[in-house]
Design a protein around this ligand. Sequence first.
Ligand SMILES: [Zn+2]
Length: 60
Amino acid sequence: MVVGYGKKIRQAVRDVNRKAWKKYKCPSCSRTSVKRVANGVWQCRKCSTKFASGAFEFRG
Ligand SMILES: [Zn+2]
C-alpha cells in the first residue's frame, strides 16, 4: 500500500535527523559536545577540535 510506504520513508528521515542533530562524545576531551557543523564535519564545542566523520552520524 502507498500509505505504508510513505510512513517508512518519514521514519527513516526522522532517524537521520535525530542522529544528525544529536550531540556526540568528543574523542579528544571526552565531553558530549560534538555537533555537526557541515556535511561530514563535526566540531566539539568545548575544545573546538574538528573531526571528519559521517555526513549524518558521528563515528569517533
Ligand atoms: Zn572536545
